[in-house]
Design a protein around this ligand. Structure first.
Ligand code: ADP
Length: 311
């Protein structure tokens, strides 16, 4: 702030800035300071005018809005996937049950002292019909979930990170999390759906912030890094890692993190990581969770790099 003042005084340009100020009663409130110079007819600055506006209530409203947006992005996926899972389960379960029943019946006809080939044959026909029905249901569901859905295009992982930050910045501020970015400047693009990748990142960042709620202030460190490494069969993989200094996970739970409905939070749905993994796998990528040597967890997403063909 002192610098801004100095620069404004030197250049004579009006300026504004917001800061938290301590009031006479000891409370802190966000204030907006706006300063404008008054000049005489020769252009000389005679004096500076300043206005202080109390923007605490406005800030609070904005914070609430941002938090809702971030939660909304987190929830949208959850709801869609939850509904989809229920309908898949129901529609596919019936033909599967029929297949099993008919398979058992078929065996019984064949195991008779005198096998009844005709009956066995009709059981097998019913098995085939039900198998077809199940696969029709699946292609229908697939077509449905494709509608208005993932738009894959070449994107830069650093851009995705930068676009996601404004959505989670308030949350990080509220959890008093210190964010560090460690981005590798020049990376090949990846083929991906922007919104979906943002959602994965939001999930990882919100989880990390929540995992640090019990960590003392000042040591809540969140690092988002990007890089490149060589994956299986020598394909270069672009990586993004979210590393926190939170409670971490015990070795026994590590393998469960990505399971649907696994949650240790009182109000958790346990769908965030499960959905994140299906999104990343649909992009032929990988997501892995590792325990840090010190405190906390690192979640790393890797996506196959594509040839440079975009600006
Ligand atoms: P939810 O956030 O609703 O619990 P998630 O699928 O996003 O669902 O996470 C599942 C569980 O994995 C969490 O409840 C938590 O126990 C654990 N978890 C996820 N991220 C972290 C992390 N960064 N540090 C520690 N535990 C984590």
């Amino acid at each position: 702030l002192k610098d801004m003042w100095a620069r404004a005084l030197e250049s004579g340009h009006p300026f504004e800035s917001s800061a938290r100020m301590r009031h006479a009663d000891g409370s802190y409130r966000w204030m907006l300071m706006q300063c404008t110079p008054l000049r005489d007819e020769t252009g000389q600055i005679i004096r500076w005018y300043g206005i202080n506006t109390d923007i605490e209530d406005r800030r609070a409203a904005e914070d609430a809005l941002h938090q809702t947006q971030a939660e909304l992005a987190h929830m949208t996926r959850l709801t869609t996937l939850g509904e989809l899972t229920a309908s898949i389960a129901h529609e596919v379960n019936q033909p599967l049950a029929a297949i099993v029943t008919n398979g058992e019946a078929c065996l019984r006809w064949l195991r008779r002292a005198e096998p009844d080939v005709d009956e066995a044959q009709s059981s097998v026909e019913r098995i085939i019909a039900n198998g077809r029905r199940a696969s029709d249901v699946i292609s229908r569901l697939r077509a449905m979930s494709r509608r208005g859905e993932p738009q894959q295009a070449p994107v830069r992982i650093n851009d995705i990170i930068e676009e996601t930050l404004p959505l989670v910045e308030r949350e990080l501020f509220h959890h008093r999390v210190e964010l560090r970015l460690d981005l590798t400047p020049v990376l090949p693009p990846v083929l991906a759906d922007r919104i979906q990748l943002q959602q994965v990142l939001i999930n990882l960042v919100l989880n990390a912030a929540q995992a640090m709620d019990g960590t003392p202030d000042g040591s809540r460190q969140l690092t988002i890094s990007s890089g490149i490494e060589t994956g299986a069969s020598d394909v270069p993989m672009v990586t993004v890692a979210v590393c926190d200094s939170g409670v971490g996970v015990d070795a026994a739970s590590l393998s469960q993190l990505f399971n649907a409905f696994y949650s240790t939070k009182p109000d958790g749905m346990g769908m965030g990581l499960s959905i994140s993994r299906s999104i990343i796998e649909a992009h032929t990528g990988r997501i892995v969770a590792t325990r840090n040597a010190e405190d906390g967890m690192t979640f790393q997403v890797s996506l196959p790099a594509i040839k440079e063909s975009m600006p």
